[in-house]
Design a protein around this ligand. Structure first.
Ligand SMILES: [Zn+2]
Length: 410
């Protein structure tokens, strides 16, 4: 009971508007707990470094005594790590959900040995940890985003279901041996970070990047709450992935393969795909296909930015290529809309930067094909987080675990 009440108090303070912070009395009023109980819980949260209390009463709060409570912006933080096909990233996210340290380096990782890539990433992560420490932050959890299928032991998954907290945040204790089963665009098979990470006591938990992008949208998307609790997040660049959030929870599927949008057939008799099937979405809307149609160099430093520049200059080949890609993504999403009935579809990842050209053909395709249920054109939007989403989500996962179950620490 005390553990639940710790979560209730921390969650209430955390959810308050930063411009109108709560006092102990306010928290008692909002939670229905007694003032004595709230004070005891607040003291414990302050001692744990999770809450801070201002020296004086909030200004302009005449007749409302009490000092302002806030979630600490020092103390524990989440370390996010990311291996992309063309970059590495590391970040530190504080309990207020702000990225206080942000590192991203461009690096071609496709075909490189996992050990080499992870050694480099570990060094980048260590730099981020040192920088976070200088800000008074200490790393409470490490999560690694990868563009691949992540497998979890069945027992661990059952454990996760049993322990899933009220907010549906995936449980850290649930995935001690999560590993990459396949990351086709990196050329990795059966990669376990524990086999490669240079520091055995700091091995990150691995998670699919599209899933983390979706969680970032759920927790940090703007406008807040715009996506609702049930939405589909499309994460596109070199590969096309999707993540389903259902009732505020990530939907992984029976074996963790949910969201393989890139391999939905859009032309059943189309050309063969690397996955073994034919006519998959990725063949029409993946970065390689769009660059080919737009006659752009696939080896260029930042292909998505190059596409945006050409489209802005009204290059007809680029506009055509993006229009065709948008139609193909819209067609594939029709299946998701009819199956899942989401309140929103979000275009995230690097393709969010191409939203101006992708969203109109996507909307047209959805409007033409989603006929048996209401579908509002506004239900499709671009993520404001864009390509920052997965790395931010990796940092936020640890933060959300602390906020939803502070009593699990120590
Ligand atoms: Zn395929």
């Amino acid at each position: 009971m005390r553990r639940q009440n710790l979560a209730l108090v921390l969650g209430t303070v955390s959810a308050a508007d930063a411009d109108a912070p709560l006092s102990r009395a306010d928290v008692a009023g909002r939670t229905g707990l007694t003032r004595a109980a709230v004070s005891s819980l607040v003291d414990e949260l302050i001692a744990d470094g999770l809450l801070v209390e201002a020296e004086s009463a909030p200004s302009g709060r005449v007749g409302r005594p009490g000092r302002a409570l806030a979630v600490s912006d020092r103390g524990p933080c989440g370390l996010g790590l990311e291996v992309g096909v063309t970059h590495l990233g590391a970040c530190a996210v504080d309990l207020r959900g702000r990225a206080r340290v942000w590192r991203r380096v461009e690096r071609g990782n496709a075909g490189r040995p996992a050990g080499e890539v992870l050694a480099e990433l570990a060094a980048l992560g260590r730099e981020a940890e040192v920088e976070a420490a200088a800000l008074g932050l200490s790393v409470a959890g490490r999560v690694l985003a990868v563009p691949g299928v992540v497998s979890r032991a069945t027992a661990a998954l059952a454990h996760a279901e049993a322990r899933a907290d009220l907010a549906g945040v995936p449980d850290s204790a649930a995935a001690p041996h999560a590993a990459v089963e396949r990351a086709a665009n990196l050329g990795w098979e059966a990669m376990d970070p524990a086999d490669h990470w240079p520091w055995p006591d700091a091995v990150p938990e691995v998670e699919n990047e599209a899933n983390l992008g979706a969680l970032a949208e759920l927790w940090a998307g703007r406008p807040a709450g715009a996506v609702g609790d049930t939405f589909v997040h499309v994460s596109a660049a070199v590969g096309i992935g999707a993540a389903l959030v259902v009732d505020g929870r990530l939907f992984r599927g029976a074996r963790g393969f949910a969201g393989e949008l890139g391999h939905l057939p859009v032309h059943p008799e189309g050309p063969p795909c690397a996955c073994g099937a034919r006519g998959c979405l990725e063949l029409y809307a993946g970065e390689a296909a769009v660059l080919r149609e737009a006659a752009l160099d696939p080896q260029g430093a930042d292909p998505v930015t190059a596409l945006a520049q050409r489209a802005r200059a009204a290059d007809p080949h680029t506009i055509d290529a993006l229009t065709r890609a948008g139609r193909a993504i819209g067609l594939a999403l029709t299946a998701a809309v009819d199956l899942v009935d989401p309140s929103a579809l979000v275009l995230g990842g690097a393709y969010a930067e191409l939203a101006e050209w992708l969203l109109p053909p996507m909307r047209a395709e959805l409007a033409a094909r989603v006929r048996v249920r209401p579908w509002d054109a506004d239900g499709l939007r671009a993520s404001a987080l864009g390509r920052r989403g997965p790395l931010l989500g990796a940092g936020l996962l640890t933060v959300r675990r602390i906020l939803t179950d502070p009593g699990a620490r120590g």
